[in-house]
Design a protein around this ligand. Structure first.
Ligand code: S3P
Length: 447
């Protein structure tokens, strides 16, 4: 897990030549978490290929082991899980270390809340600053007893309900984590649990729960949202799963190719679920030359290979409605905007302030230090692009234990006159351990 004792390891990249070549990004982080959790709740042995072996997913695997499932790695991305069955989770002997992972924490809180067990959740400094009130509130209605640190933060202790109650909950924030926490809790409640989401968010939980045999329905609501209902006490059936490539990880490579003149790369096997593909759509709107090849389905998700060519980008007003479909991609979109001609206006993204860091503030500070003109808004950012000219660079940026901040500035450095130094590369391992070797394969070098 994120170790606070290791000295920081700075990183700066440059691109002596255009980026070129073919790569495959690692498995999707959201799907990998859910693959381990649902396999651990099935009755029998599931097999997963293409699992992301980032620290966040390993935290989920360790937690499911601590609650009784057998979770075993057979080879690179190839795992088997022997599930305990819904209702079969055991009380962990020790506290559950969630490292940097908000997804592990919130989804597992959901699972524990409808089992008669007690678990203590701890995390690193970044995770311990993030709000858990958004899950504490609905899970308390289900009957869980939660004792949290001030302001609903980690460390917290959760005592699951002996007789959990079905709830009907309308999400006050657009959050797939909150939705999923409630649906996972609902698996062990002997009635129908309903979540209404006014704004659709990533739907991997719904797709995968159905795939594992849960009784789940999704209906459109008149206001454009969705009503999702799950009936508990269904037996989940073990599955053989293949995890598609992570579009969020692909985003860094994609923007790298767009901003380094002459580049031309292919990224294989990228998941393009319509609740996740906002970055590709927005970049195309800005003039990016991205071609989808070999469109197909992997693990019940739409997937394609992306052919990306360096492009002259133009700033746009990014419609706030796309935010849920690219919520993790704004940091790298800010980087693309820094090289575009004209201004790019991004609003309606206040959720970025409660991610692994305050991503609006962290990106604004780093971009300014690199010579990019930005205006920080309470709910967004306006970036004045360079029109394709290299940015000044020559600075060190603080990553605040945030993998996406680290990778975003490593990519911006490729289009800087003087390299940008990322103060610590360690957080990258939470979601994309192979980021550096893949960038090097495409032609980036350490400056
Ligand atoms: C995730 C949902 C999103 C996203 C996170 C993964 C998930 O968080 O930022 O990286 O797997 O459900 P929110 O639900 O807080 O928006």
């Amino acid at each position: 897990m994120t170790s606070s004792n290791t000295p920081p390891s700075p990183l700066s990249l440059s691109a002596p030549a255009p980026l070129a070549g073919e790569v495959r990004v690692p498995g999707d982080k959201s799907i990998s978490h859910r693959a381990i959790m649902l396999s651990a709740l099935a009755v029998g042995r599931s097999e997963v290929r293409g699992l992301l072996e980032g620290e966040d997913v390993l935290a989920t695997a360790a937690a499911m082991r601590a609650m009784g499932a057998q979770v075993e790695r057979l080879g690179q991305g190839h795992w088997v899980v022997d599930g305990v069955g819904v209702g079969g989770l055991l009380q962990p002997d020790a506290q559950l270390d969630m490292g940097n992972s908000g997804t592990s924490t919130r989804l597992l809180m959901g699972l524990v809340s409808s089992h008669p067990i007690t678990a203590t959740f701890v995390g690193d400094a970044s995770l311990s600053r993030r709000p858990m009130g958004r899950v504490i509130e609905p899970l308390s209605r289900i009957g869980a007893e939660i004792t949290a640190s001030p302001d609903g933060r980690l460390p917290l202790m959760l005592r699951g309900a002996d007789t959990p109650l079905p709830i009907h909950y309308r999400l006050p924030v657009a959050s797939a984590q909150v939705k999923s926490a409630i649906l996972l809790a609902g698996l062990n409640i002997g009635a129908e649990t309903v979540v209404e989401e006014p704004v659709p968010t990533r739907d991997h939980s719904e797709r995968m729960l159905k795939g594992f045999g849960a009784e789940l329905s999704v209906e459109p609501m008149a206001d454009g949202g969705k009503r999702i209902a799950v009936r508990g006490w269904a037996e989940l059936k073990p599955q053989t799963l293949e995890v598609p490539g992570d579009p969020s990880s692909a985003g860094f490579l994609l923007v790298a190719a767009l901003i380094v003149p002459g580049s031309n790369i292919t990224i294989h096997g990228v998941g393009l679920n319509p609740t996740r593909d906002g970055l590709v759509r927005v970049l195309q709107e800005m003039g990016a030359d991205i071609t989808k090849l070999n469109e197909r389905e992997v693990g019940g998700e739409p997937v394609a290979d992306l052919l990306v060519t360096h492009s002259a980008l133009t700033g746009i007003e990014v419609p706030p409605e796309v935010a849920p479909s690219m919520i993790d991609e704004y940091p790298i979109l800010f980087v693309a905007a820094a090289l575009a001609s004209g201004r790019t206006v991004m609003r309606g993204i206040e959720e970025l302030r409660v991610k692994e860091s305050d991503r609006i503030a962290a990106m604004a500070a780093g971009l300014r230090a690199a010579g990019v003109a930005v205006e920080e808004l309470p709910d967004g950012l306006i970036v004045e692009g360079s029109g394709g000219e290299k940015v000044a660079g020559g600075c060190t940026v603080a990553t605040h234990l945030d993998h996406r901040i680290a990778m975003s500035f490593a990519v911006l450095s490729l289009a800087a006159k003087t390299a940008i130094t990322v103060d610590d590369r360690a957080p990258i391992a939470t979601s994309f351990p192979d980021f550096l070797p893949l960038m090097q394969r495409l032609g980036a070098v350490q400056a």
